[in-house]
Design a protein around this ligand. Structure first.
Ligand code: KG4
Ligand code: ZN
Length: 357
């Protein structure tokens, strides 16, 4: 089964072709990702209108390149998948409309994929993994602990009550004067820093639910930074290290609760899986190893290039759905918001009046 996947929900314009074998194994035939970071850097964050226009300009060429690198023709495709949300609505419209056009012209099934579902199913693309498993999704827009019970069968066990983890990294970087996107910068500076110089709060520690909160920690870092202005390089390193250590302590505690809730409701998970851009942080990956080991659970981390947004994950989620005979109609609507544990069927085009086109 050959599926083209299109991703345009944020600031990556991406397309990929994957192959799904009858055995359930996957193969990436091409995976083209164009990051728009340079377009947004002057503004210190993603500007939705600039992102949407860049997707319009770039997507045709990215799709063509993905098809060429895969050595595939449109006629050979078994399906075309696009991320239909959640995300910045302008970009989502561009990706979904392009997929609809290809599907229509080549009489190929359309699969309107939930971007979060694509993150959730990615580990099954690179290695054999049976349901159920526990997903820790940590990106710029989302921080969730999810029980993945099957394709289209998700139970959210925890989420952030304020900032997403990646968002917190980006905001800390901004207030310390580091360039956007801040996550990788904070990780680099933290590697040279003293993680115990500043005693920062450990949000939500010991709470019986599996939720996250990061805005109080962000405020604490801001206050320490203000106390040490002008910031010297060593203080920036130490603030990054102290911040990252606090996030990882909080994350470890929240995941332990998430694993406990999972066991109580669904029995033992087959793995702890992490996805999203923050899951490429090496210190975080080491902390996850400890969590998994203590829980007696296998840890599965997709390679960093598949943790950040890409087309292969959309194509793969499309293939998983297609293999179950699930396809979508031309009336599928782009959605700015779309919870993973809602029905994964996209509503009719005009159900959400703010998201129609
Ligand atoms: O999943 P992703 O590529 O895009 C979405 O947000 O959907 O994640 C991007 C986020 C950004 O907030 C970025 O700062 C963060 O992931 N990130 C990191 C690292 N690499 C990317 N955060 C911490 N450490 C990193 N190494
Ligand atoms: Zn994402």
């Amino acid at each position: 089964m050959l599926v083209l996947g299109i991703e345009t929900t944020c600031d990556e314009t991406a397309a990929a072709v994957i192959e799904r074998l009858d055995s359930g194994d996957g193969r990436i035939l091409s995976n083209v990702v164009h990051s728009q970071i340079a377009d947004h850097t002057p503004y210190g964050g993603v500007v939705p209108e600039i992102a949407a226009r860049a997707h319009v300009d770039l997507l045709d060429g990215i799709v063509r390149q993905a098809m060429e690198e895969a050595g595939t023709s449109f006629a050979q495709l078994n399906g075309v998948a696009a991320a239909a949300g959640p995300g910045l609505i302008g970009g989502v419209i561009v990706g979904l409309t392009t997929a609809k056009a290809i599907a229509l012209v080549h009489a190929t099934p359309l699969i309107a994929v939930n971007h979060l579902e694509a993150h959730a199913l990615t580990p099954r693309l690179t290695a054999p993994l049976e349901f159920p498993y526990l997903l820790f999704l940590a990106s710029g827009g989302h921080t969730q602990i999810v029980a993945v019970r099957g394709v289209g069968d998700y139970v959210r066990l925890g989420t952030t009550v304020d900032d997403a983890i990646g968002e917190a990294f980006d905001k800390i970087a901004k207030l310390l004067g580091l360039p956007y996107p801040g996550g990788p910068q904070v990780e680099i500076r933290a590697a040279n820093g003293d993680a115990v110089r500043f005693s920062l709060p450990r949000p939500m520690l010991g709470r019986p639910d599996a939720n996250f909160s990061l805005s109080g920690l962000k405020t604490a870092v801001r206050q320490e930074a203000a106390r040490h202005t002008p910031l010297d390089a060593k203080t920036v390193d130490d603030l990054c290290a102290s911040f990252q250590a606090s996030v990882l302590d909080s994350m470890t505690d929240r995941l332990k609760v998430g694993l406990k809730l999972f066991r109580e409701q669904f029995g033992a998970p087959n793995a702890l899986v992490a996805a999203g851009g923050v899951a490429s942080n090496k210190a975080l990956r080491r902390a996850l190893e400890t969590v998994a080991m203590e829980a007696g659970t296998k840890l599965m981390l997709p390679p960093p290039a598949l943790c950040t947004d890409n087309g292969a994950m959309i194509a793969w989620a499309g293939a998983e759905r297609l293999a179950l005979g699930i396809i979508d109609g031309m009336d599928s609507a782009p959605r700015a918001r779309w919870r993973l544990d809602e029905s994964t069927a996209t509503p009719p085009q005009f159900a959400n009046t703010r998201a129609h086109f």
